[in-house]
Design a protein around this ligand. Sequence first.
Ligand SMILES: Nc1ncnc2c1ncn2[C@@H]1O[C@H](COP(=O)(O)OP(=O)(O)O)[C@@H](O)[C@H]1O
Ligand SMILES: CC(=O)N[C@@H](CCC(=O)OP(=O)(O)O)C(=O)O
Length: 259
Amino acid sequence: MATKSVLVLKVGGALLQCEMGMARLMTAAAEMIAAGQQVLLVHGGGCLVDEQLTANGKETVKLDGLRVTPADQIPIVVGALAGTSNKILQAAAAKAGIVSVGMSLGDGNVVTAKIKDERLGLVGEVEPKDATYLNFILNQGWMPICSSIAISSQGEMLNVNADQAATALAKLVNGTLVLLSDVSGVLDGKGQLISSLNKSEIEHLVAQGVIEKGMKVKVEAALEVAQWMGKPVQVASWRDAEQLKTLVKGGSVGTQIQP
Ligand SMILES: Nc1ncnc2c1ncn2[C@@H]1O[C@H](COP(=O)(O)OP(=O)(O)O)[C@@H](O)[C@H]1O
Ligand SMILES: CC(=O)N[C@@H](CCC(=O)OP(=O)(O)O)C(=O)O
């Protein structure tokens, strides 16, 4: 059994298009697991969804950073996230010697899911439910790799933003959440990394339009978990080898979102 809390690492879709980035991340995860740290990987894949929608002649519409998901797009979205993206990451994990279990939010009773907002179509909102399945996997020294496809009690397949998926799972396992994106953290209006942000500073930067789109969703998800846990949540980059090394040592990287 690990002594430290579960590390919940969320990675954005751009990672899946970067062999080197995936190899570095999985090497870091393998080192942590070997040292007894339990790691749960949650992933997005927005750019793969975009590609697949375009290839199938479908339009991409986003509202406040969330993809409007009509029923006719669900097979493509589910295929790209729970299928291709999940298996690309499992393949990279295998190469680094990690035993992984590919899963989705719909597995093992981990969350409850419902439609978030009718205007978004089949987009889900999830709440933590039962940690038994995840803890079973983690206690074997295996790494769950979870996509953000959920299933409602009505039997609908729902598309959940992956930062919000990671939020629910971090709460479920009472873990330490790190949101890894393709940028080094939250950047100010001049493109400089902001080392720490609290609620009112976030609100100010959102109102100014400095934090927008996917980063707005991410920072709000981070703030929710920070407040829930009473400890900071980190927004950092999977691209940055130094940040990953610091993370392996248990240090702080990127932007600290304060409770
Ligand atoms: N203030 C900001 N700082 C950093 N990135 C920002 C900011 N505002 C908007 N963004 C955008 O948010 C993106 C990260 O969100 P998103 O694309 O959803 O990432 P991911 O796929 O990793 O979850 C950045 O690549 C950038 O284009
Ligand atoms: C509802 C919603 O927006 N779902 C996201 C799920 C994937 C995701 O969040 O991917 P990233 O982490 O790469 O952004 C989408 O369809 O793009």
